[in-house]
Design a protein around this ligand. Structure first.
Ligand code: BTN
Length: 249
């Protein structure tokens, strides 16, 4: 069960630092750390992640024991659980942008970061992290993000109970976990219900190269399925740079 034990911190460099240390000390599957603010929050691709008070900054420890080929499911599950928690709290439709972004009204409201350890051909340990801009004003985020990022506060004009959102997120993750370790079917179905890229023309950066095509869902390993003049492509990693019809509702 995710959320037991739970460490609640006022401020730290990054909840990932805390989780790494906790993992070394033998923290059990399900352990969660939440910080009210981070002084050195990290995002994907080595980017800085602004983490003022008012956001949900959370890392959890998992000991999945799965085939490393299924690693992509960890980020999928965390992103889906985050979107479900955001939608339940706000009534807004949170969508998912491959690989791990959570979107509100076409703007990024949250992001997921996964670190995994592989030993003896198994994915033995992982740190799953999410950052959600909840009660955060756009002015608290770096200027260059203000046109592409949003928060629950910005979208709805009200503030939210962070513990309630975290609780809902962890509850959703509990429900998705059998699919992470099993056949992945429920994960794919849940992703499809919130897929912001489905049937859209997208441009991507993949291993430093530009690629474009029509996105048509993700597979059981969390890889993006893309169709273009070269046929069907299955992309394990990449970053969406743009899409023709815009994102979200
Ligand atoms: C992304 O780039 O989209 C992923 C952002 C992940 C941010 C979270 S906040 C909690 C945890 N601690 C960090 O330093 N980063 C992750």
């Amino acid at each position: 069960m995710f959320g037991q034990p739970l460490a609640h911190l006022t401020e730290i460099t990054s909840t990932i630092d805390y989780a790494r240390q906790w993992l070394r000390e033998g923290a059990p599957h399900g352990a969660v750390v939440i910080a009210e603010a981070q002084s050195a929050g990290r995002g994907r691709l080595g980017r800085h992640w602004a983490s003022p008070k008012g956001g949900l900054w959370l890392s959890l420890i998992a000991r999945p024991g799965i085939d490393p080929a299924k690693a992509g499911r960890l980020g999928m599950a965390m992103a889906i659980a985050s979107a479900e928690a955001i939608s339940a709290a706000s009534g807004c439709e949170a969508l998912l942008k491959w690989p791990n972004d959570v979107m509100l009204e076409g703007k990024k409201v949250g992001g997921v970061l996964v670190e995994a350890v592989i030993a003896d051909e198994h994915l033995t340990e992982a740190i799953l992290s999410v950052g959600i801009n909840v009660n955060v004003c756009l002015t608290e985020l770096p200027e260059e993000l203000r046109t592409t990022a949003t928060s629950l506060l910005e979208e709805t004009g009200r503030t939210y109970d962070l513990d309630a959102i975290a609780g809902r997120l962890l509850q959703s993750l509990d429900g998705l976990w059998p699919s992470v370790t099993g056949d992945g079917a429920a994960l794919i179905a849940a992703w499809r219900r919130r897929d912001a890229l489905a049937d859209k023309e997208v441009t991507l950066k993949v291993a430093g190269k530009d690629l474009s095509g029509r996105a048509f869902g993700i597979d059981e390993f969390g890889r993006l399925r893309l169709s273009n003049a070269g046929g069907e492509q299955i992309l394990p990693a990449g970053e969406v740079q743009g899409l023709r019809d815009g994102l979200g509702s």
